[in-house]
Design a protein around this ligand. Sequence first.
Ligand code: SAM
Length: 470
Amino acid sequence: MPPEFLARMNHLLGADYDAFAASYTQPPHMGLRVNTLKVPVADFISKWPFALKPVGAYAPAGFLVTDESKPGSHPAHAAGLYYLQEPSAMAVAPLVDPQPGEWVLDIAAAPGGKATHLAALLGSGLPGSSGLLVANDIDAKRAGILVENLERWGVRNALVTNAHPEHLAQQFGPVFDKVLVDAPCSGEGMFRRLGAFDWSQTTVLACARRQTAVLATAAQLVKPGGRLIYATCTFAPEENEMVIARFLQDHADFALVDPPRHQGFDRGRPSWVGDDLPGDTLDKTIRLWPHRFPGEGHFIAVMQRTDTKKPARITTHRRLNPGRLEKPQASDLKAWRAFAQATLRDPWPEERMRLRNGRLTLLPEEALETGTVKCVRYGLLLGECRKGYFKPAHALALALRADDVVTAVDFPPETSEIMAYLSGHDLPLMVKGRKGWGLITVGGFPVGWGKIANGRVKNHYPHGLRQRTD
Ligand code: SAM
């Protein structure tokens, strides 16, 4: 731990410092959040072999993993049944409080911990669910990981963008009911897990400048009456109370909300902002401390846009013509239909299907014009239309349920076949009278596609996700 960091914390925490410092001698908490889009929490607990302890009422789908099991390499993880997330990070999405039908923006979303949680609360993986999640990250590589995680989660109503926040503000304007800024920060709450390699007072101040800029831009995307939520996983007042105080000073149309307090939810410290900034309402913010809460630590501020003037632009965004996606040609739809008729039980809404570079996508029920914003995923990727042939996407497999398809080949999680499938091997399996595309499922939950022919299942698990066996 950098001595300068410890000295700062000693100065800030006073009598609490010893307990704070002692928390660094404990191992970090391993958290697991159940994907309620796919499985009810009670079913998950009774069926899957993990030793779990509820994190508390603040996140009913969240648990601490209390044994040495490695849930990250279990087949249920490949099926998207849970996300491994540090417990204090699980407090954020419930405070965003997305309601079905709302438009929610997660402006710094990669790798997707909070975005998957928001999607679950929004019901974004359920057929026919309304509302829209826009998950953005400025970093292209990280935006790719975000796509992967949202796909495994089975999300249908999401749009993943890779843009600077200012670009989003120019393109969309104030159309979102809720905007989350899970800000890039100096990561003091991650020291126990990741170490304190890059920490310095200079980093803290540089982060604070960037956070101030991102938050001001994010405010331009909040609908009148909507909410803006700011979170960090750091303890520095410069990146927390001071960012919020400065923001409120410059934005008279926003005010802090005092959210419900759960056990271990401490208050922000008005006295830490100094005399130059107004601190009077900052005790409405939340601080989760590693010595008072079973998690690594977070700061959370929930703000409401107080003016209720209706924005002029919103109706123009509700058209179904998002950027650079085309209507599929008759030949594309023919390929899709041949696949769908042989593979899927129910009809799918072709009027919401769009094509880009041969890839067929199902748009969410509500769509947003993306213009020049780089959009890496728009709704649910169905697959590729090739000449007279349709190849289903992994994302489609993970968004389906076993009973959505004509053929599902199930393996219990502990079988060698499922590990062989996840490592990329074909399965020597007789499925009498069946051929064509089938879902491979583990304990009833899809993990990917297989193509059945001549009594074998050809492996279509994506190469990039295959588990190494050496
Ligand atoms: N919300 C994520 C989750 O729960 O998994 C974690 C987000 S992480 C704390 C912060 C993210 O902000 C990083 O993915 C980073 O790429 C992104 N970022 C960095 N600079 C940014 C900026 N100027 N504007 C927006 N996002 C930025």
